[in-house]
Design a binder for this molecule. Structure first.
Ligand SMILES: [Fe+2]
Ligand SMILES: [Fe+2]
Length: 272
């Protein structure tokens, strides 16, 4: 079914949190240190969305009005996800606010400053087919994010956290629906787009937050949320979803990209 962009643009909104008693709910029952580390990671990524958008607007994606309408609303919703998670972190005394976000951006250094130039050159050489890569990438990241929030809620079993994450997940589902419907159409229509997307995903895709967050944090969140038998099943489900995109069968993308973090976890677990 085609994505209804008109319905989306008229209903996109900050995730509602004013009716959640965040202040006292987490004072009465604080989250675990592991959950807070995951939320720190998630909040930092959500708050970085405007920077990802900077790099995307220098590509051919900027010429498609449906894509830019979506990206406008997407950036707004992701911004508020970051703010909502930061509020939970703040109740636990974890630093948030502008100074923290500034530091996350500054630590990226010169690579971050070069990113829009690199992206503009590469993407504009590729042309229209680049949009299929962007849309497929977006779908995979939104699916992964949804799985991560869902698993965190399940592990933590905190009613207010679960409610907040479910609200965020409903918005992530709409993001995923847009990206996936665009990706399917564009991949179906072009052999070049299928080839290029497969090539780019294989070569460059990594778990959400890679490059922005320190490696040890990506390793931690991968093990915490995607470790064990439950994690293996979730990774498999993600890979099956990706395989249903035209031309993307049999890549085991998530399984390959998470293997190094999950492999590294085994000796530590065995020794514990
Ligand atoms: Fe989000
Ligand atoms: Fe999202």
């Amino acid at each position: 079914m085609a994505f209804d962009i008109v319905a989306y643009k008229t209903t996109a909104a900050p995730v509602r949190i004013d009716d959640l008693d965040i202040d006292s709910a987490f004072i009465d029952r604080p989250l675990s240190a592991d959950a807070l580390r995951c939320l720190r990671y998630m909040s930092d990524i959500e708050s970085h969305t405007i920077c990802y958008l900077r790099d995307l607007l220098v590509t051919p994606s900027h010429a498609d009005p449906q894509v830019t309408t979506f990206l406008t609303m997407w950036a707004l919703e992701e911004f508020w996800h970051g703010e909502a998670l930061a509020k939970v972190l703040a109740v636990h005394g974890v630093p948030t606010e502008d100074e923290h976000i500034r530091q996350v951006r500054l630590r990226l250094g010169w690579r971050d400053r070069m990113a829009p130039i690199e992206q503009a050159l590469l993407a504009n050489i590729v042309g229209e087919a680049y949009i299929a890569v962007h849309m497929s990438w977006g779908a995979i990241n939104e699916w992964s994010t949804h799985v991560a929030y869902s698993r965190l809620a399940e592990l933590e079993q905190h009613p207010v956290l679960t409610e907040l994450l479910e609200r965020i997940m409903r918005q992530e589902s709409r993001h995923a629906a847009f990206y996936a419907s665009q990706a399917r159409d564009r991949l179906e229509a072009s052999k070049r787009a299928r080839r290029l997307t497969r090539f780019a995903l294989r070569l460059f895709w990594a778990p959400v937050g890679t490059g922005l967050m320190p490696k040890e944090d990506t390793a931690f969140i991968t093990r915490h949320l995607l470790g064990g038998e439950v994690g293996a099943r979730l990774i498999d489900q993600l890979d099956q979803k990706i395989a249903r995109l035209p031309g993307m069968a049999g890549m085991s993308l998530v399984s390959r990209a998470t293997a190094k973090y999950l492999r590294a976890a085994r000796p530590a677990l065995a020794a514990a």
